[in-house]
Structures are given as structure tokens and as C-alpha cells.
Design a protein around this ligand. Structure first.
Ligand SMILES: [Zn+2]
Length: 497
């Protein structure tokens, strides 16, 4: 008996030793995957940054606000913005072909010398979200005044994402003025309704491209950026490139009952039935998966992490379930692991002493790649398990399946990572899953690969400015963004005099 005990202890000790060895070896091995530093690059000098800042600031003065109800939009402002672009970048307008699509969206085509290479597509939008009236006095500078002060460009759209529209045009202008021409065709698509889904802007541009038989090798859109202080175990800034984005679905659940006087309630009231259904949905989230972009992100970043995080992320085969549990408790991380459910509307009742005959609720759902609208609707139906509840899509025109996952070894991805290193040096770069929606979703089936990377650096404080009060962009941050666009146009467009 004693002999067996000694054997067992020995075997446990031996297995632990091997596991520890493997874990430590893989932790060390992760370091070998560090990227090699960027090679020699050409120097780019951008003259007066104040002028660049002023041109963006002026662009912020146009109230190109996308309201949920399109009839509230001030279309004059949109037209004036388009005219402002013409006046500010005349050479771009004479060198590139411009299409005005569906009245307000813009497609610029910079014809390449070699039509056999598939084009590259750069995306941005110039509509902005409204400023809530009651918050207007909390802005340090008025949101549509276009102020440059204290080293910042202030105003609605500074970050999201007029800086993309103006920044891209600045970078085209930079090369056009020097008489450069691309080898491959470069396309620039600027939507006018991204903030309400892009169905009248980006979608129409995508249809036009299809009609013309133009299927870009890749597209580059907003959606991810360089972030500081958001990845545990890494102090330096991290560049994240979105290679997929979650889908969008809203389900309306409704129930109709007898109603009646509230002095003699039935045991199954409309409100009770729906409330019960919502509880079930909240208590039964879809399973978390440390898969796809999120998993690759941790693997890509492991070489740059401190020892403890590196040990965990380089050994997901062992620590996956522990890590999944930790991430599940952090809302931002949890949303990157699964399809999420959020009850956002609930309507029932008119009078305090009457049982409502009808109650309805809307669950807003963000779909994880691989979870289709059909599969998730079925999941909800099963969880609720009550055939008195009707389920249907709410605002089906807004429904989007999760995007396909783009190739993280593709030409476009490599060009983006190389250009990031040219501008920001050897910072960690990883792929990621974009949680919010972008215009890119409208180009599925048109662009072969869809990438989401806005060339700006954000702290977690900066991220609150997006759609928020005091939206502003630091001038040097913006200048780096322009440099990124200038370099990537050269890199992918093979520009030459
Ligand atoms: Zn945006």
C-alpha cells in the first residue's frame, strides 16, 4: 500500500514537472514571436500643422448631423460640406474622379496605371451624431464652432470621423501635388449616414462598385485604433486592427392577455409573462468562446505582456477556462466573447388600475461571428419556452449578420501593420473583434477583406469623447494619422512620379 502511495506521489510530481516545463517553455517561446523592427522608411515632412488643424476645424463647422428621423437632417449643411471639400482640395478634385452617390455620399476614384491589380478602398463618413441640447453648455468650446485651442481641434466629428475624411484627402493631396500616380486604383468612399446604419450612403456606394465590377482587395475603415492602458499586462500603446465585427439584431417579444381590472388580477399578467422571459434571457447568456479574433489577439500580444499574463496567454490550452471566466466578469471583454442580449425597450399599461392586455419588449442583440440571426432567435425561443410570447424582428432593415472574419495574413493586413510600425515604431499590433457597427458591413461581398483601423492613439479617457461631450483631437495625434495615410497610400498604391 505504502509502495503505491509513493508511486502515485512520484507520478503526480512527474506530471506537474512536465506541465510546468511546457508552460514555462511556451511562455519563453512567445517572446520569439516579437515583430522585427520596421526597416528604413522615406522621410515625410508635413509643413505647417496649424494649417492642417484649421482645415479639419473648418470641416467641423458644418452641421452634417444624422438624426434618427432623416427628415430632421439639414441637407443644406451636407451640400455645403461637399462644396467645402471642393474648395479646399481643388487638385484632388481635378485629378481623381468624383461620384456623388445618392445625392450626398462621395466616391473618389484614383485610377491606377495597372488595371489588372485589384483596387484598395479607404472608408470614412462625414455625418456626425447630434449634440444633446441639455449638454451643450458643458462643452468648453461650442460643438460646431471649429475651434483650434490648447493644442486640440475641438468639435463634434473631430474623432468620429471627419478627421478620416479630411485626413485621407490631405494624404491624397500630398501625393497629387507632387505629381505622383498610383500603380493600383485607389478608392475613397465617404458615406453620409453611417451613424444611422449607412443604408443610403455606404450601401449605395458598394452597389455602384459592384456594378462597375470593382472588387477591392481590401478596405480600411474606422472601428479600432491604437489604445493605451486597455490590455492587462501591457503598459505600452497597442494597435488593434478589427478583422471582424459583430452583427446586429433586435427582437421584439410581445404577449397579449385578457386584461381586466387590477382588483382581480390573474396569475399570468402580460407584464409578468414578459418580465419572466427577460429574466430567463438574462440568466442564460449564450456560451462564451475564446475563439477567433479575440483568441488570436491574446496570442499576438503575448510576447509583449508581463510574465504572468504572458504565461497565461501563451498557454491557452491550459488556462482557457480560467481566462474566459475572468473576461466574462468584465463587460467590455465579455462582449468580445459571445453574442450579447440587452433589453432596451419595455412598453405595457396605460392606467394604474387596469391590467394591460398587451406588453412588448425589445432585446437588442449583438451577434458573435458564427451566431446567425436564425440560430440566435431559436436560442431565445427555447430559453423563454413560452408559446404565448410572439417573437419577431424589430426594425429588420437594421439587421446585420456578423461580418466574415478577414484574413490576418492578407496583403492589406500586412500593409496596415507595416505602416503602423513606420509611424509609431515597434508597438505591439494585434487583430481584434470590433464590437460596434461600422460602414464596413455594407461592403461585405464587395471588398475581399475588411479591416478596421483608425490611425489615432486613444487613452481610455479619449474613448469617452466619441459621441460624447467635448469631442476633441490632439493636433500631433491627427498629424500622425495623416502621416499614416500618406504612407499607406504609397505602400499599397505603389505610388510613383
Ligand atoms: Zn464613426
Amino acid at each position: 500500500m505504502k509502495k503505491y502511495f509513493v508511486y502515485s506521489v512520484f507520478i503526480v510530481f512527474f506530471i506537474t514537472l512536465i506541465l510546468t516545463g511546457v508552460v514555462l517553455f511556451r511562455t519563453e517561446q512567445a517572446l520569439w514571436k516579437k515583430a522585427t523592427p520596421a526597416k528604413g522608411k522615406e522621410s515625410i515632412s508635413l509643413a505647417d500643422k496649424q494649417e492642417y488643424a484649421q482645415r479639419l476645424a473648418k470641416a467641423l463647422t458644418f452641421k452634417t448631423i444624422s438624426f434618427q428621423e432623416a427628415e430632421k437632417n439639414n441637407w443644406e449643411e451636407y451640400k455645403n460640406f461637399i462644396q467645402y471639400l471642393e474648395e479646399t482640395f481643388p487638385q484632388v478634385h481635378t485629378t481623381l474622379k468624383r461620384d456623388i452617390v445618392n445625392e450626398y455620399s462621395l466616391l473618389f476614384t484614383w485610377e491606377g496605371k495597372n488595371p489588372s491589380i485589384s483596387p484598395a478602398l479607404f472608408l470614412a463618413h462625414y455625418d456626425v451624431v447630434p449634440v444633446e441640447q441639455e449638454t451643450e453648455d458643458q462643452w468648453k468650446y461650442p460643438p460646431f464652432a471649429g475651434v483650434v485651442a490648447e493644442d486640440y481641434i475641438w468639435g463634434r466629428g473631430a474623432i468620429d470621423v471627419k478627421c478620416g475624411v479630411i485626413g485621407l484627402l490631405e494624404s491624397v493631396n500630398y501625393w497629387v501635388q507632387q505629381g505622383y500616380q498610383p500603380e493600383r486604383t485607389l478608392l475613397f468612399a465617404f458615406g453620409h449616414d453611417e451613424e444611422v446604419g449607412g443604408r443610403n450612403g455606404a450601401k449605395k456606394i458598394a452597389e455602384l462598385l459592384k456594378e462597375r465590377g470593382m472588387f477591392p482587395e481590401f478596405s480600411l475603415d474606422e472601428g479600432m485604433a491604437i489604445n493605451e492602458g486597455i490590455i492587462p499586462g501591457i503598459d505600452s500603446p497597442v494597435a488593434l486592427i478589427g478583422i471582424a465585427e459583430k452583427g446586429y439584431l433586435s427582437l421584439e417579444l410581445s404577449v397579449t392577455t385578457q386584461g381586466g381590472h387590477s382588483s382581480v388580477p390573474t396569475d399570468k399578467t402580460a407584464i409578468g409573462i414578459l418580465a419572466n422571459a427577460i429574466c430567463k434571457i438574462e440568466q442564460n447568456p449564450m456560451p462564451a468562446k475564446l475563439a477567433g479574433p479575440m483568441r488570436w489577439m491574446l496570442e499576438d500580444l503575448s510576447p509583449y505582456m508581463n510574465f504572468h499574463m504572458r504565461m497565461v496567454c501563451a498557454n491557452l490550452w491550459l488556462f482557457e477556462s480560467i481566462l474566459t471566466n475572468i473576461f466574462s466578469s468584465i463587460p467590455n471583454a465579455d462582449a468580445a466573447l459571445r453574442t450579447t442580449f440587452a433589453p432596451t425597450l419595455f412598453h405595457a399599461g396605460e392606467k394604474e388600475n387596469v391590467l394591460p392586455t398587451n406588453a412588448r419588449t425589445v432585446i437588442n442583440i449583438r451577434l458573435f461571428p458564427g451566431d446567425t440571426t436564425e440560430k440566435v432567435t431559436e436560442y431565445i425561443r427555447k430559453i423563454i419556452n413560452n408559446n404565448r410570447i410572439q417573437i419577431k424582428q424589430f426594425s429588420p432593415e437594421k439587421t446585420d449578420e456578423a461580418s466574415p472574419v478577414s484574413d490576418r495574413n492578407g496583403e492589406g493586413y500586412k500593409a496596415i501593420t507595416n505602416t503602423i510600425r513606420e509611424v509609431w515604431g515597434d508597438i505591439p499590433i494585434a487583430c481584434a473583434l470590433t464590437l460596434g457597427g461600422t460602414d464596413s458591413v455594407n461592403y461585405v461581398g464587395v471588398a475581399k477583406n475588411l479591416y478596421r483601423f483608425q490611425p489615432l492613439k486613444f487613452t481610455s479617457e479619449d474613448l469617452k469623447l466619441i459621441h460624447g461631450i467635448n469631442e476633441r483631437l490632439q493636433i500631433d495625434n491627427y498629424m500622425n494619422g495623416i502621416e499614416f495615410y500618406i504612407r499607406i497610400l504609397k505602400n499599397v498604391g505603389k505610388l510613383s512620379p
